[in-house]
Design a protein. Structure first.
Length: 64
């Protein structure tokens, strides 16, 4: 086993609770990073669209 027989149940439970807290913090960090990445991706797409629209307007004005 991963614990010795000398350790009390309370210490084993405390170690489990700490491990669960670490897992939850890592999961929350993963979700927040994914959210930030999606937000940046969406804003980058908007920037590209606005540049293309401005270029199209400039080309139409140049033709006129």
């Amino acid at each position: 086993m991963w614990f010795s027989e000398k350790e009390s149940e309370g210490f084993i439970m405390l170690r489990g609770v700490i491990a669960m807290c670490v897992v939850m913090v890592l999961f929350a960090a993963m979700i927040s990073c994914a959210s930030i990445a999606l937000h940046l991706n969406a804003s980058a797409k908007k920037d590209v669209r606005s540049v293309i629209e401005e270029r199209n307007k400039a080309e139409l004005n140049a033709v006129d």
